[in-house]
Design a protein around this ligand. Structure first.
Ligand code: ADP
Ligand code: ASP
Ligand code: MG
Length: 416
């Protein structure tokens, strides 16, 4: 019976599509209201309306190709400020007490890496005070503040991380991530209609899925969840169906060899030719990139010919201009040759904890690509993941082929 359920503290996060227009905002308010009526305490995190963040980025680029990152954060943080205020009003309309806050107001303290800041501390005093009064607390996702009062943002998809960080700091019972699909699938359901929804998945596997492109959760939110044991429930804003549970519990876990196939078209490849083949060269290049907060994903170095080699690496397209500039400067310093960039690449990955004990998974993945005439340009592996860089135009074909090769389209769960 409803009246008998023990009150819980629930963090609910709604993504951009879930609050794309005023009707959807009202729909979100109704969902929160249902949870509230069951007697639970609710903290809500929301994203900017629809594609607001994309539109703000476009606006900035109409002014300048290289906006300063501090100003980008000032601009992008406005998106979420709009949505929290509107949602709070919608809650009032339904007769609930609710109050909206920016990240800075509640005290989401971050480092000063503008546009991809890391959360250092979450102050919960203000939130607890409001919950005590019976209010629904609505916090702007994706943003924080540095110790010297600079507004920061947490990188694309950062509202997920705001939600999980709040759930961790508040010791919430569950962090519900409401989005535009019904959960975490064996592949992006928009690319592979036959993809299957996973009932549950471990932090470790979700980390790899997120790291390799399943943008349903921002990578850092999963790291937070694992580090603090936050139980995440990814589900749809538009249905009552159970979604996917993310936690480390043995009993309900599906012991599949493969959890899913992911793809990422957000990376670009940088190549530096005729690099002198001597100790310290790679260190010089990658230290220079790290010093500017640029994450390098895959790296390959060619076989050396006549004491010269070529190094290729991938970075996020958002960092490409900066990475290119730095690489050119390092190339000049080292006496290396030409630097080229290639934006038409995609990364496809296969993730699964059972891979550890199943040799032959990589070979099957490569043959799925070969059978479809898809060339592999770079490969990287970890104990539970294999990634291949291919041409961007082949991405859909590749994901579908790999998904099929492993029987994921038939709902076959190969058990470890
Ligand atoms: P939100 O705005 O709610 O944060 P996002 O667009 O960031 O939503 O993330 C949800 C999207 O993630 C889905 O629409 C889907 O296309 C995509 N996606 C990619 N891979 C997966 C996957 N394996 N499972 C579910 N969704 C995925
Ligand atoms: N609005 C931000 C973005 O579009 C943050 C988020 O939605 O999680 O990336
Ligand atoms: Mg998102």
């Amino acid at each position: 019976m409803e009246g008998e359920t023990k009150p819980k503290l629930i963090v609910q996060k709604f993504g951009g599509t879930s609050v794309a227009d005023t009707e959807r905002i009202k729909n979100v308010a109704r969902r929160i209201s249902e949870t509230k009526r069951k007697g639970h305490h609710v903290v809500v995190v929301i994203s900017a309306l629809g594609d607001t963040t994309d539109r703000l980025i476009e606006l900035a680029h109409r002014i300048t190709p290289r906006p300063r990152e501090r100003e980008m954060d000032m601009l992008l943080a406005t998106g979420e400020q709009i949505s929290v205020a509107l949602l709070s009003m919608a809650m009032h309309e339904l007769g609930h007490e609710a109050i909206s806050f920016t990240g800075a107001q509640v005290g989401i303290v971050t480092d000063s890496a503008h546009t991809k800041a890391k959360i250092l501390d979450v102050k919960v005093g203000r939130i607890l005070e409001e919950l005590e009064k019976g209010s629904v607390v609505i916090v702007a996702g994706f943003q924080g503040v540095t110790l010297d009062d600079q507004i920061t943002t947490l990188g694309r998809g950062g509202s997920d991380t705001t939600a999980v960080a709040l759930a961790a700091a508040l010791g919430a019972d569950v962090c519900e991530i409401y989005t535009d699909v019904e959960g975490v699938f064996t592949a992006d359901p928009r690319l592979v209609p036959e993809a299957r929804k996973l009932e549950s998945i471990s932090y470790e596997e979700m980390l790899e899925l997120a790291a390799t492109g399943a943008k349903v959760l921002q990578l850092r939110s999963v790291e937070f969840a694992r580090n603090y044991g936050v139980v995440i429930h990814v589900r749809s804003s538009f249905s009552e169906e159970e979604g996917t549970w993310i936690y480390d519990g043995e009993e309900r876990m599906e012991k599949a060899i493969i959890s899913g196939v992911t793809h990422d078209i957000g990376e670009a490849k940088v190549t530096i030719f005729d690099v002198p083949d001597r100790p310290g060269v790679a260190a010089a290049l990658f230290q220079a990139l790290a010093a500017e907060n640029i994450n390098v994903d895959m790296i390959i170095q060619n076989v050396s010919e006549e004491q010269k080699t070529a190094i290729s690496f991938t970075v996020s397209k958002e960092d490409l201009r900066k990475a290119e500039e730095i690489t050119r400067a390092v190339a000049r310093r080292l006496g290396a040759g030409e630097v080229t960039v290639d934006e038409d690449i995609a990364k496809v990955s296969l993730v699964g904890a059972g891979m550890r004990t199943h040799p032959g998974v990589a070979a099957d993945m490569f043959s799925a690509l070969a059978e479809n005439g898809i060339n592999i340009e770079m490969i990287s592996t970890s104990t539970i993941k294999i990634s291949c860089v291919i041409r961007a135009e082949d991405v859909k074909k590749a994901v579908r082929a790999i998904h099929k090769k492993f029987g994921l389209d038939k709902g076959v769960v190969m058990r470890a």
